[in-house]
Design a protein around this ligand. Structure first.
Ligand SMILES: Nc1nc2c(ncn2[C@@H]2O[C@H](COP(=O)(O)OP(=O)(O)OP(=O)(O)O)[C@@H](O)[C@H]2O)c(=O)[nH]1
Length: 330
């Protein structure tokens, strides 16, 4: 048995550390764990945000096939029980369950629940724990690659991938709270007004500080199911769901006004301009980004500190947007 476990240990170590795609990594984790803890039903809960504000979500199976779906309270209770270096044995529905923690630098990110058995050998337990450690390390590496280091928002590469996933209907790879079916995805582009003046007057360090603070204000205005990206320099992109464009406008207006009222240390008051459009699945990504960008430039060129809805201005201006000195036709 030990030889068998060691043999697959070698294979999963290579497979897990080779993965640069999160969902592939999950699949390899599932098959690696299954090959070690064979003969038992496995359920995996993980917090892919790797933070303290999100609750781990089930990743392993389609909900309809899952032998067990835990309530939020049960998940919280298990997380409190599994220490970062120890397995825990408990009972659910009169069946024995063994919980293996998934942790990274002492933070418990989730757990694997082996349902209906606690009869594991020491080599099985230590191999399973090692697999989970390597998985958590690789997950963390992939997570860092998605993040812009200054603002700690998702980066431009992740934006390209996420918007493509939405349009192709694959949904997101990370588990997310379900959103009502009648909601529509929207894309907003947002830019700090006269940001060059901040750098010129106060220097780049203060400029960087402003980017960090604005990133936080944006994040605080959206739900955890929405996606906020640093698109480039002082430009941000947001992918979010709303039932109607009027609601999307209100959300962005609230953000615009929150930033307008915020007192930036040393700098004082600043404003942002924004443009947005709803996502239509038969359009290509560059066309959608261009629409949101055109609406953003419309906001800039009609006085800044404004939010513009591409679809609405396109209708009311008969396809002519103010994007610079010359009106642009589309
Ligand atoms: N501090 C800092 N500045 C940046 C960063 N990325 C881009 N910038 C600066 O952002 C400024 C953008 O200036 P412009 O594109 O002229 O736009 P603006 O001054 O914001 O004017 P409008 O967009 O027309 O309102 C430039 O000075 C860039 O150097 C960054 O990471 N940190």
């Amino acid at each position: 048995m030990i030889r068998q476990v060691n043999h697959c240990a070698h294979d999963w170590l290579i497979s897990l550390t080779q993965q640069d795609d999160e969902s592939e990594l999950d699949l390899i984790l599932i098959s690696a764990i299954q090959s070690v803890l064979f003969g038992t039903k496995l359920i995996i809960y993980i917090n892919k945000f790797l933070d303290h504000t999100h609750r781990p979500k089930q990743i392993n199976l389609k909900k309809t096939q899952s032998p067990l779906i835990l309530s939020d309270d049960q998940v919280d209770e298990i997380i409190a029980k599994v220490g970062s270096n120890k397995i825990h044995i408990g009972e659910i529905n009169s069946k024995t369950v063994t919980y293996f923690p998934i942790y990274h630098f002492g933070d418990v990110l989730g757990f694997v629940l082996a349902y209906g058995s606690n009869e594991f050998s020491n080599p099985q337990i230590s191999t399973a724990v090692s697999i989970l450690n390597v998985y958590a390390n690789q997950l963390f590496t992939l997570f860092r690659a998605k993040i812009d280091p200054l603002s700690e928002l998702l980066n431009r590469q992740t934006f390209d991938k996420k918007i493509q996933e939405i349009l192709s209907g694959q949904g997101f790879l990370s588990p997310r709270t379900p959103i009502p079916a009648d909601s529509v995805w929207h894309l907003a582009m947002l830019d700090i007004d006269h940001f060059k003046r901040v750098n010129d007057q106060y220097g780049h360090v203060i400029g960087d500080e402003v980017i960090i603070l604005i990133a936080r204000l944006i994040k605080n205005s959206f739900r955890s199911e929405d996606y906020v990206f640093r698109y480039g320099g002082e430009e941000f992109a947001i992918l979010f769901q709303c039932k109607k464009s009027e609601d999307a406008f209100q959300v962005l207006e609230r953000l615009r006004s929150a930033i307008e009222e915020f007192e930036f240390p040393q700098v004082g008051k600043l404003t942002i301009s924004a443009g947005f459009t709803s996502l239509v699945d038969y359009e290509m990504v560059p066309a959608l980004v261009q629409k949101a960008d055109l609406a953003l430039y419309h906001s800039k060129n009609s006085g800044r500190n404004k939010v513009a809805n591409f679809d609405q201005i396109a209708e009311s201006t008969n396809g002519i947007l103010i994007t610079g000195n010359d009106p642009e036709l589309f």
